[in-house]
Ligand binder design. Sequence first.
Ligand SMILES: [Mg+2]
Length: 220
Amino acid sequence: MPMPLPLLLLDLDNTLVDRDAAFRAAVADFLAEHALPAHDAEWLMTVDAGGYTPRAEVARAVHARYGERAPGRAVRDLLDRGAADRVVLSGPVRGALARALTAGWTLVIVTNGRTAQQETKIRTTGLDALVHGWVVSEAVGHKKPAPEIFHAAAATVGAGLDGAWVIGDSPHADIAGAAGIGARSVWHPDRPRHRGRHRLGRRRPRVRGTRHFPSAASIT
Ligand SMILES: [Mg+2]
């Protein structure tokens, strides 16, 4: 019997794409369009917390700070589409994915978030043509680190989780999620607040550097 192809489960936000840079650009446009202080970008990025703060909570904070100067529709657009419309796939990440494909990995994106927003990111960056599949937490009803979302990811490509790897930036969602399904993982920390909070297991792959996904993908 042929050996099944190994499964590489990839986080999306701040792993494959720089979601925070995209959201920061959207915030700058929003503040400029509504004649709000440009230096409030830092405040809004802090409230946003890398997208982890519930959107309704961010909207309330924005309305509380700016009142009628921040129209409801503009705030909704910022939070619903701001990052999704601006994310890009960098050349090095595209190259790393191409090498992983050539090496025989099966690539599936596993992402927490809203389906419309995450699929917009996947399609506008062209990731849909580079990976074998994806799962979004809203669509499957489970968020990382729950094992169910990883099982759903494997099911999209008809694979099992034996021998699977997980790459992601969140110790809680990605690395703990990998541990929960017995998969090996590569932690790809891109925000200093994550550093030092969790220890990786001993079965760590060869990684030339952890800051950028392309080097994390050197496990191929
Ligand atoms: Mg992430």
